[in-house]
Design a protein around this ligand. Structure first.
Ligand SMILES: Cc1cc2nc3c(=O)[nH]c(=O)nc-3n(C[C@H](O)[C@H](O)[C@H](O)COP(=O)(O)OP(=O)(O)OC[C@H]3O[C@@H](n4cnc5c(N)ncnc54)[C@H](O)[C@@H]3O)c2cc1C
Length: 389
């Protein structure tokens, strides 16, 4: 485990998660990935072991756990071989509704959070549109006010788990972009029920993490009750900002776990595979990149822990959370790439699993925030260079 230190309670929690994950072996994940099947049995097992509800407040049936503990849980899941398929099956239920926890009315919290924490319903989170990803202020999905609430109209893309979800947090425009000082003004955040009468969902064919779909979702005047507004009208962008750092920390932890399992598989193979009469791991051309991957992952893990602890102590952590996400994503990608290379031709075969990890590692450099956007942030806010866009 790439972790600087763990309390006995954390160690016991990690072990209990590992024990459950062991029941879901490589063939389970290969089957679900290849056949694009959501891992329902795994999700249920994660509800049972206390992962799904761990971040929710105790009054809503959760454990009120720290981001540090949630990071450990997700790292453990990824490192078990479940990879990002396993993490993505559960993590939206853990932190996708974080803005509801922080900003929604007690009534709205009571309506949704207990069902999310208990795993009764799945939820999604939707910002990205065909014409607006990094440039969030350009989203055009619109919520029009009606007598008793709003009607939502527009098209979103990449909405992860939309097919399983009963409800979603959706960012939509409630006043024209020209009326605000900045393009991000006039956006509002809503909890919406994904009623099939008004919502069309189609999975996007993609490179990896295929047990969990990400979808194009069309809203055709979906009614939203007035009380489902989260935070202030027109300030939705600021409402989601609070949830971004924990999301980055947790995805960084997943990346460390993914790199860890790829490295484990690579070192095992390097010790076993005999070429020219000796294990391939005896060659520095094989062992040095693996040692390099190990150090990159350890460094990233230390930053994940630092960022998580800052967040849990109520301190600023944007630089640490972004840096952890950036470095962990790259470290995972490097470890997975070297795992494929170490396996030679078998690295390309589904049977050895590392090609699945490799495909998953690529997305961690793009989502939930791209490497370029992180570098833009660091350049502007830490290096005090002029904003480039
Ligand atoms: C598997 C997967 C799951 C996802 N799940 C969700 C989800 O559940 N909900 C959701 O809302 N979104 C989701 N996303 C979307 C994801 O958050 C976006 O893809 C990401 O934020 C980038 O936005 P974009 O794809 O529109 O890229 P664009 O904004 O079109 O950018 C394209 C490229 O240009 C770069 N770029 C843009 N502007 C600049 C600049 N000023 N300087 C330097 N480089 C720049 C970007 O970094 C990127 O590399 C998911 C994406 C994937 C792949």
């Amino acid at each position: 485990m790439f972790q600087l230190e763990m309390t006995p309670e954390q160690q016991a929690f990690v072990e209990s998660i590992s024990n459950v994950c062991r029941k879901f072996d490589d063939s389970y994940w290969t089957d679900h990935d290849q056949n694009h099947k959501f891992p329902d049995a795994f999700f249920e097992a994660m509800v049972e072991v206390g992962v799904v509800g761990m971040l929710a407040q105790p009054e809503y049936g959760g454990a009120g756990a720290s981001i540090e503990d949630a990071a450990l849980a997700l790292q453990t899941i990824a490192a078990s071989g479940a990879g990002i398929n396993g993490c993505s099956a559960v993590h939206l239920s853990m932190f996708g509704f974080h803005p509801v926890v922080l900003h929604a009315s007690a009534e709205l919290q009571k309506k949704y959070l207990p069902r999310v924490a208990s795993g009764e319903i799945h939820v999604s989170f939707s910002v990205t549109e065909p014409d607006a990803g990094s440039d969030t202020g350009r989203i055009s999905t619109r919520a029009h006010e009606t007598e008793d609430g709003w009607r939502l109209r527009g098209r979103k893309v990449w909405m992860t788990k939309a097919q399983q979800s009963s409800a979603a947090l959706v960012l939509a425009r409630t006043s024209p972009v020209e009326e605000g000082k900045r393009p991000i003004d006039g956006l509002s955040l809503f909890v919406v029920d994904l009623d099939p009468e008004y919502v069309t969902i189609n999975p996007i064919a993609k490179m990896g993490r295929n047990a969990v779909s990400s979808c194009e979702v069309v809203f055709d005047d979906l009614p939203i009750p007035r009380e489902n507004l989260v935070g202030e009208l027109g300030k939705g962008f600021y409402t989601i900002l609070d949830g971004l750092n924990p999301e980055r920390i947790l995805v960084a932890a997943e990346a460390v776990g993914l790199g860890q399992v790829a490295l484990d598989r690579a070192t095992n193979y390097a010790n076993e595979r005999i070429v020219f009469g000796r294990p391939i791991g005896k060659n520095q051309g094989i062992q040095h990149p693996l040692a390099d991957a190990y150090m990159q992952l350890r460094g990233a893990a230390a930053l994940v822990q630092q960022a998580a602890r800052l967040y849990d102590n109520g301190q600023q952590c944007a630089v640490e959370a972004n840096t952890a996400k950036f470095l962990a994503g790259r470290a995972a990608f490097y470890a997975c790439d070297r795992a494929v290379q170490t396996h030679g031709g078998m690295g390309y075969a589904v049977e050895y699993q590392v090609e699945r990890f490799f495909r998953e590692s690529r997305m961690l450099r793009i989502t939930p925030v791209s490497e370029e956007q992180i570098m833009n942030y660091i350049a502007e806010h830490e290096l005090h260079l002029p904003r480039s866009y």
